[in-house]
Design a protein around this ligand. Structure first.
Ligand SMILES: Nc1ncnc2c1ncn2[C@@H]1O[C@H](COP(=O)(O)OP(=O)(O)OP(=O)(O)O)[C@@H](O)[C@H]1O
Ligand SMILES: [Mg+2]
Length: 356
């Protein structure tokens, strides 16, 4: 594998605070990679270092095998969109998009023509002569995106570009950004702390925690095979129950909350007898019923709370001291009531174990 963008041992300290511990990351050409992680975990700092607005304390970054060391931001050929990366208010949409071309010595007529082409691509045909204040939030973000792409950057960096938009517009822009990125084939890093956004948009997700990369992988890999408890908790909802492996060969663990459980999920990393693990079963893999379900593992719980979302419901219950969360399709929940005892059931392939 020949990585296009390569971060090797990137470390960043502010005084005695370590913002990035030791970041090693390879990104392929044309890949859409999302940085996901809680506030303060180092996502923006990593982008700032790649873009050249911050220097790494240690470590190296290369694009296409060439070191970025010593290059100023404008010498890096990187397109950037930040959440509040404001447009020039006194320039029209087309002039805003032309600006980076102007900086690169492109003549006005040719540059504005190219800018209009870019505005078409982001869905703003006919908006070239509007000023930013005459555009909606979503339209302004499209102009910012066009401005970041117009000079055919080697790399596109998007730091929570959709944070200020309402839900519908946000979803629309997610689809648009993916479409444009695919069409241009530009290597892209997208930062978000919205996990559904990360799941739906990315070729690969990089999960940050406390200045470290917890896990990097394809969205479904990360979802179904989290490598740490932090990732299991952070991505999606989870039931994480303490257990001890009693028969590694047969994949059996003893779980105080559920008894003997077979963990048969695909791609299960190896474990050893006696290993203390966390047993992961996603809430949507549990079914609720009045009677035990044949052909499935069953246990009883008491329902404490039902939260209705319309198309689905989250049922929170307990079994002894253990809280159990179940996602059920909206229509299924009507037969169940808070305070009621019921069965929850799962199949072996829904159970996965990870290090505690
Ligand atoms: N210039 C600075 N001086 C001191 N500390 C900083 C500086 N910039 C960032 N930090 C710290 O580095 C850590 C990582 O910050 P960063 O902005 O990368 O987080 P983030 O993952 O982007 O978070 P968010 O999701 O809130 O945007 C934080 O604890 C932050 O306070
Ligand atoms: Mg940030």
């Amino acid at each position: 594998m020949n990585p296009y963008l390569q971060l090797s041992g990137v470390n960043k300290t502010f005084g005695d605070f370590t913002a990035l511990d030791r970041i090693d990351l390879d990104i392929e050409q044309g890949e859409f990679v999302t940085f996901l992680g809680p506030s303060g975990s180092g996502k923006t700092t990593t982008l700032m270092i790649i873009a050249g607005f911050e220097d790494a304390t240690r470590g190296a970054i290369t694009i296409g095998g060439h070191s970025l060391a010593g290059l100023a931001p404008q010498e890096r050929n990187i397109g950037i969109v930040f959440q509040n990366y404001a447009l020039f208010p006194h320039k029209t949409a087309a002039e805003n998009v032309y600006f980076p071309l102007q900086m690169r010595g492109v003549k006005k007529a040719a540059g504005l023509a190219k800018a209009e082409e870019m505005l078409d691509l982001v869905g703003l045909k006919g908006f070239a002569h509007r000023y930013p204040k005459e555009l909606s939030g979503g339209q302004q973000q499209r102009v910012a995106l066009a401005r970041a792409l117009v000079f055919e950057p080697d790399l596109l960096l998007l730091d929570e570009p959709l944070g200020a938009l309402d839900k519908n517009l946000r979803e629309q822009m997610q689809i648009e950004i993916k479409r444009i990125q695919k069409r241009l084939g530009v290597t892209t890093i997208f930062v978000t702390h919205d996990q559904t956004e990360a799941m739906s948009m990315s070729d690969r997700i990089v999960v940050f925690s406390d200045g470290n990369i917890e896990q990097a992988g394809a969205p479904l890999d990360i979802y179904h095979r989290p490598s740490t408890r932090f990732v299991a908790d952070f991505i999606g909802e989870s039931n994480l129950l303490d257990a001890v492996v009693t028969d590694a060969e047969a994949r059996v663990a003893e779980c105080p909350a559920l008894g003997s459980v077979v963990f048969g999920a695909e791609g299960q990393p190896p474990v050893v007898d006696g290993q203390e693990v966390a047993l992961l079963i996603r809430p949507e893999h549990l079914k609720l019923s009045r009677d035990p379900k044949e052909g499935r593992m069953n246990a009883k719980m008491v329902i404490d709370t039902i939260v209705n979302y319309g198309d689905n419901a989250l049922v929170i219950g307990h079994r002894g001291d253990t809280q159990i969360r179940v996602r059920v399709p909206g229509a299924d929940v009507v037969i169940l009531k808070e305070g009621e005892e019921c069965h929850f059931s799962w199949t072996e392939d829904a159970a996965f174990v990870l290090d505690r």
